[in-house]
Design a protein around this ligand. Sequence first.
Ligand SMILES: Cc1ncc(COP(=O)(O)O)c(C=O)c1O
Length: 377
Amino acid sequence: MKRIQMADLVGQFKKIKTEVYQAWEEVLENASFINGPQVKKFASNLELYLNVKHVIPCANGTDALQAALMALNLPKGSEIITPSFSYAALAEMIIHVGHKPVFVEVDPSTFTIDVNEIEEAITDRTKVIAPVHLYGQCADMNTIMKIAQKHNLYVIEDAAQAIGANYEMDVSGKLKAGTIGHIGTTSFFPSKNLGCYGDGGAIFTNDDNIAEELRMIVNHGQVKKYVHKRIGLNSRLDSIQAAVLNVKLKYLDDYGAARKRVAAFYDEAFAGHQNIIIPKRQVKSEHVFHQYTLTLKGIDRALFKEYLMNYEIPSMIYYPIPLHKQEAYKQDIELPITMDLTENVISLPISTELDEEQLAYICKHVLVFCKEQTLAQ
Ligand SMILES: Cc1ncc(COP(=O)(O)O)c(C=O)c1O
């Protein structure tokens, strides 16, 4: 059996090696390293794929969030409603730009923002709702967009983990994650569903004015060369990465299908188990399974993780400390669901390359451990 990895990037690379080398040769032969044709081609390929008017490539998913927040030109101290059970980049950038994250709970079954908490969190300073499409499926965007419209708020979607996921909007039909709100962002970190071989990110919008602002921001606030209209960033996707992304974008839906096959295998093995809750799907969202995350019930997670490691099965905890408890973003608030999840979630290996032998081996050991634990209690 092949060694099991959380994400088998080498196995995936081997299948597209020739195409990637060819694309790289083109960049190297033309020395078109910065803002070259590969970057422009990628932006327009992704616009087509996402069916969105503007894709603005940038250096990483964190910059994408920073640029999105800057582009709205909000008054300092604006409040932005976002989940605490998430990766740190969004809260970090909210504070960086001079605003305040207002942390709310997630729905414990889908891990995305609890829409029932949003309206209660709105004050006169609230300007943005910022859902995170955690683990690969969209938050309840129908409700979020309704609340945003009612209260005249912007919506920034952090789609770093959900690129390619379709979402069924009640009014406008099927839309891609990150293209529903006013601005969407993503990351091309290597292990992401659409990952490059270094850092990369992008911002999406259908709004021409926001797009113009974003293009300026990622390029030192320049309207044209050496004319700086506003404070910006130096945030570029480089051509070497864009070349990889042009190849991989063609396979993104196949990658999604492979991830779904892994998820279906796990679902079948664990559905209805008394100690393991399988990830629930949002009714209107496709799940592209950036992660396959279980919630454990009556199981010692540390022991479970250690047991799996002894059988060379890696696992990860996304995320062990919620944002409102982090020293950098600490807030004295109670979020019991978030606390409970940080103590009980565990993500199993998921990648485009896992085969049935590996999956059967993982499932067998998960089930044996749970049985032994139950017997010991
Ligand atoms: C939800 C989410 N947002 C933002 C980011 C930041 O992306 P990057 O690492 O490219 O800056 C990540 C990356 O892990 C993420 O998972």
